[in-house]
Design a protein around this ligand. Structure first.
Ligand SMILES: Nc1nc2c(ncn2[C@@H]2O[C@H](COP(=O)(O)OP(=O)(O)OP(=O)(O)O)[C@@H](O)[C@H]2O)c(=O)[nH]1
Length: 451
């Protein structure tokens, strides 16, 4: 079955057009049918009822004239006048009535044959029979009239009979006229009813089509708007994430099933956002790696000279007299000998081991830097000279007593100094180096403090 909700936009709009057109076709078809019906009914009135009424009215007129003439003739005869001249006009009128009756009969029968009469054939058949009966009585009247005119006189009872036949003819023709009039009235009523029904159904169908099309159109607009809103929302979220530098929320594209063109566009957007999110993650990782590469020493995983410069400048910039900080300059004693005696690789391992020992003992935010070769710097960010010296001595002792399989024992010399407010990095480092130099000079494996 046609799944309208999940159909594409083209199919949705197409179906609305199809429904509207179907309604329109129904309305047009029904209109044609109704117009034909009304046309047929009116044809019956125009082609049969009206001409028939005209003919029968003429018959009525002639019949009345005939009746009046008979009356007049009778009176004259009673007075002893013999109106021979009237004879011809009697027969002429009779002839005229007969011709009109034939015309009326022909009108109805030919209308039957042409299918002009479709709605009330029985009634028209009745009228036809009435006309026939009238014709018969009229012929009978003619016979009676002929007898009168030949004899010149008639007994009273014969006159009365003639009179009664004339009255019957008068009445009958009036009845026929009434029947035709009734038929015309009924046909007109029937047509009016048809017209009313036609208007009612046309209007209802039109309103239904309008409501249905409007509802469908509103629904389609609603679907389109909500899809566009979703797309807009996602674009806005992406924009905010990029602007504020916060991670992009990965949209759920797997469970999203697009049902139309806008849905496909939304899915494409989701895919693009996911790809962008992946790329951002990768970029972040690469950035992280670059930061590590730029700030860390590869061999010992301590901070490098570059990081030292950055950090010492920062600390000098932030320093005040209430928060002291100290520097320990450290150098492995006779490291050349280690290399010479055990090889460069063992020398590397000694440096790594030394870095491990230092980093294990130094707690954040204090930091260990390798300045090159076997030289290290320790930055004690909140310690004054006394504490720095204690830490240095503790480290020295730990290194001196440290022993592990496959590595030679080694010692370190250290120079400890505290930052003096307002001095430069150079001044600070010169003092630290001097202190270290003194430790070396005094026999190594020792610390020297310089306030
Ligand atoms: N294995 C190894 N050796 C290094 C590295 N960097 C420098 N060296 C060696 O470290 C030694 C430093 O020697 P010196 O400057 O003479 O100092 P020292 O032998 O420690 O003597 P003092 O400092 O006076 O006690 C040199 O032989 C360098 O080749 C490194 O990354 N790995």
């Amino acid at each position: 079955m046609f799944d309208w909700v999940n159909a594409s936009l083209n199919r949705k709009i197409g179906s609305i057009l199809a429904v509207s057109l179907s309604f329109l076709l129904i309305v047009i078809g029904y209109s044609i049918y109704q117009i034909r019906m009304i046309n047929d009914e009116l044809k019956e009135v125009a082609h049969v009822d009206i001409p028939l009424t005209e003919v029968i009215t003429q018959v009525e007129m002639l019949q009345l004239q005939q009746h009046l003439s008979v009356e007049r003739y009778r009176l004259l005869m009673q007075k002893g006048h013999n109106e021979k001249n009237s004879i011809e006009s009697f027969f002429d009128r009779h002839q005229a009535i007969s011709r009109l009756l034939d015309r009326a009969t022909l009108l109805v029968t030919s209308s039957f044959e042409n299918d002009t009469i479709q709605f009330k054939p029985a009634e028209y058949q009745l009228i036809l029979d009435e006309i026939k009966a009238f014709s018969d009585i009229n012929n009978n009247f003619k016979v009676q009239l002929k007898a009168l005119l030949i004899n010149g006189s008639l007994p009273d009872e014969m006159w009365e009979h003639l009179e009664s036949t004339a009255s019957t003819l008068d009445k009958n023709i009036v009845i026929i006229l009434e029947q035709i009039s009734q038929l015309t009235k009924e046909s007109t009523q029937y047509t009016e009813e048809h017209q009313r029904g036609f208007m009612l159904i046309e209007t209802s169908l039109g309103i239904c089509a309008l409501i249905l099309s409007s509802l469908l159109a509103v629904y389609v607009l609603h679907v389109i708007r909500s899809r566009i809103r979703n797309i807009h929302l996602q674009v806005e979220r992406l924009h905010t994430s990029l602007e504020q530098g916060v991670p992009i929320i990965r949209p759920d594209e797997d469970s999203f099933k697009p049902s139309d063109e806008l849905g496909e566009l939304e899915l494409d957007l989701k895919k693009m956002i996911s790809r962008l999110s992946d790329e951002m993650d990768t970029r972040k990782e690469v950035e992280q790696q670059l930061i590590i590469l730029a700030t860390k020493d590869k061999l010992t995983d301590t901070y490098n000279r570059h990081k030292w410069s950055e950090q010492i400048q920062l600390l000098i910039g932030l320093s005040d007299q209430n928060t002291p900080f100290s520097v320990i300059s450290l150098d492995v004693d006779h490291f050349k000998k280690v290399n010479d005696n055990y090889g460069h690789q063992v020398g590397d391992k000694v440096l790594q081991q030394l870095a491990n020992l230092l980093q294990k003992d130094i707690v954040k935010p204090d930091m260990v830097f390798r300045m090159g070769g076997e030289e290290f710097l320790l930055l004690l960010t909140k310690q004054g000279l006394t504490t720095a010296a204690e830490i240095a001595e503790r480290l020295r002792h730990e290194i001196e007593t440290f022993q592990t399989l496959g590595l030679p024992k080694f010692t370190v010399s250290m120079g400890v100094t505290e930052y003096r407010a307002g001095e430069t990095e150079n001044q600070l480092m010169t003092r630290a180096d001097e202190a270290l130099y003194k430790s070396k000079e005094n026999g190594r494996n020792r610390i020297t403090t310089m306030p």
